[in-house]
Write a protein that binds this ligand. Sequence first.
Ligand SMILES: NC(=O)c1ccc[n+]([C@@H]2O[C@H](COP(=O)([O-])OP(=O)(O)OC[C@H]3O[C@@H](n4cnc5c(N)ncnc54)[C@H](OP(=O)(O)O)[C@@H]3O)[C@@H](O)[C@H]2O)c1
Length: 324
Amino acid sequence: MQLRRLGSSGLTVSVVGLGCNNLGRPGTATESQAGTDAVVHAALDAGITLFDVADTYGAEPGLSETRLGAALGAHRDEVVLATKFGMDMRGANGPDFGARGSRRYIATAVEASLRRLGTDHIDLYQFHTPDPLTPIDETLDALDDLVRSGKVRYIGHSNRAGWQIAEAEFVARARGGARFVSSQSHYNLLDRRAELEVLPAAQAYGLGVLPYFPLANGLLTGKYSDGLAPEGSRLTHSRQQMLRDADLDQLRALGDFARQRDLTELQVAFSWLASRPAVSSVIAGATRTEQVQANAEAAGWVPTPDDEAELDEIFPPVPKVALF
Ligand SMILES: NC(=O)c1ccc[n+]([C@@H]2O[C@H](COP(=O)([O-])OP(=O)(O)OC[C@H]3O[C@@H](n4cnc5c(N)ncnc54)[C@H](OP(=O)(O)O)[C@@H]3O)[C@@H](O)[C@H]2O)c1
């Protein structure tokens, strides 16, 4: 397993991480603790060190964190444990008044995550989504206190526009405290909007990008390319419209592209992301041990410029709008 620095920080992560939003998810094999244990231990065995969860994930808020903490057990200190705060916890953290980047809220949220994860520190604490009510200055100060207290090692953010990434960077520089070292964004071959603002901003400020939905809910694995959802797969029980709306010719073209190079669709999807500027780790969720094993080995192909150009034909980048 290749290790990479998370942006320009000193934190090192495996190039393939485990996304943990399936842990405790109804209708999956990882809904149970036994199913979670199997997937988490397969990830550890495959050399995966980055485990990405959030306080909201699970059938009820907090369940994914509880499952992950229990599964890691004595392995806690062998991994980089990343979680998030800032999405609606549906009352589980008490009233938040919609200001989930506030000092008041963060103090409560971090204690709840530490308790559920069964640890005394979080390696990467990510601000899940922008809070329109709280100035970023206050959020950064509250997070800096957590870093100084040792409850949190590094901070990151998610779902930010380019200007919000730049704003947070310069506020942190001006205040002299902890700065965000990572940025999570929706990014895969089928959705390349992050290339317009997020990737350039992350690259400019030394943030490591963690693309989420790397497999587009599984569409990029090839298993849906005949237009049918295999028994038990995610698109049989959620987001079914994704399969109805999918461009099957495009998915089949990905299959042809992969086979011409003796690769799988999975390898192309992972490796292409891992080769993009600023990307540190590709975090895919998994519901079975075989998936984790395949994913752990899927980021080793290095696309040539010709390969990239061919993929651009199949999955066109979002056109840059001329502003002037
Ligand atoms: N920051 C944010 O706002 C945000 C938002 C969403 C997600 N995330 C993070 O990003 C992570 C990744 O998102 P995601 O899990 O939804 O990713 P995804 O890549 O879009 O989909 C993962 C799904 O694809 C299927 N799959 C995975 N590996 C496979 C394989 N080798 N062969 C066949 N199918 C495979 C599995 O579904 P089935 O087995 O059920 O078919 C798995 O649950 C999450 O776990 C979470 O940590 C962050």
